[in-house]
Design a protein around this ligand. Structure first.
Ligand code: 13P
Length: 339
């Protein structure tokens, strides 16, 4: 393991004013996104969707890295047939790869899930590294509900995240460690704070036990939010205050950066929360974005699978990336959205 390289890549991923684009939707999830805009879920259409995002002129100013799905790592641009990973590297954008196999039912648990994909991972990582990936992502899913999350589900997921992270670092790949506490439910922000705290404590305990080099990873957590169905929603400032408090209690300062997922928030809420977080942050870590839906939704709708809409869709995508870049420095304001 070359620790200097891991640290250097992790630091680039959270460089000031830049964040990550998650464009790593599995075949199923990509299908859902395409269905919403009336486009058939075929390999050609998934390639066109990724092509629209990855070739957007100017995106590289605000995007430090892109999380790709395996299929996309093996595809190339439509116009010039340049492998997507080369296109990104040539623009100074770090190519990454989602390596987990999704969340599956956890045996003996009450509807909770555990993320699979450890079998054969060492060999798969070697292949991804050869294909140009410099970082990887593994998403664990924690649900809030009656009597859950259980310690059992939290520990099983934390253990798998650490096994994955250690294998990545052995291969020279920076792991994005993503424990996502879901927004689904009618729970309060306090419930989310408790579930997120329990999860992050368990994750960092496992990362320590499994000898993961903290300076060579990026944490991708949820923001601490009330459930989508909760009657009590909170201000952006309150969400930022509670999220930062939770991170400070759980995340060692050795971790170079935290890149949040958007988790189903609207594009504007995700940006406003990130901005509020950075206005409060006393620079313990870089706090940036690793959004999928909150970077892509508007652009995908504008695109709707039509070549004549690509330019406008790309403009919207780069605008969102720029707004989030500003938010990652605490320099965003609502009035900038209309320009
Ligand atoms: P969202 O930003 O849509 O939550 O997706 C981020 C992600 O990569 C989930 O694994």
């Amino acid at each position: 393991m070359n620790r200097d390289v891991l640290h250097e890549v992790a630091t680039r991923m959270v460089a000031t004013g830049r964040g990550l684009l998650a464009a790593d939707e599995s075949l199923n999830t990509a299908g859902k996104r395409l269905q919403k805009i009336g486009v058939e879920n075929t390999e050609a259409n998934r390639r066109a969707m990724r092509d629209m995002l990855l070739t957007a002129p100017g995106g590289e100013q605000f995007i430090s890295g892109v999380i790709l799905f395996e299929e996309t790592l093996n595809q190339s641009t439509i116009k010039d047939n340049i492998p997507f990973s080369n296109l990104l590297s040539n623009q100074g954008v770090v190519p990454g790869i989602k390596v987990d196999k999704g969340a599956k039912s956890l045996a003996g648990a009450n509807g909770e899930v555990v993320t699979e994909g450890l079998d054969g991972l060492r060999e798969r990582l070697a292949g991804f590294s050869k294909a140009g990936a410099r970082f990887a992502k593994w998403r664990a899913v924690i649900q809030i509900g009656k009597d859950i999350p259980s310690d059992y589900a939290i520990r099983a997921n934390a253990h798998a995240l650490a096994r994955y992270a250690a294998l990545c670092q052995e291969t020279g790949i920076v792991p994005i460690v993503e424990p996502e506490v879901l927004m689904e439910g009618d729970h309060t922000i306090d419930d989310c704070e408790m579930a997120t705290t329990r999860t992050l404590k368990a994750v960092f305990q496992e990362l320590f036990l499994q000898r993961v080099f903290l300076e060579g990873m990026v944490l991708k957590p949820n923001m601490v939010l009330p459930g989508k169905g909760s009657p009590r929603q909170e201000s952006h400032e309150e969400v930022a205050r509670v999220t930062l408090r939770t991170l400070k209690r759980c995340v060692p300062a050795a971790v170079p950066g935290v890149a949040f997922l958007s988790g189903g928030q609207s594009e504007l809420d995700a940006t406003a929360h990130l901005d509020a977080l950075n206005r409060l942050n006393d620079r313990a870590w870089k706090l940036t974005f690793s959004f999928s839906r909150a970077l892509q939704n508007g652009a995908l709708e504008a695109w709707s699978g039509r070549p004549e809409n690509v330019e406008e869709a790309q403009r919207l995508f780069v605008h969102r990336a720029q707004m989030n870049s500003l938010a990652s420095k605490g320099e965003w304001s609502r009035s900038l959205e209309d320009k």
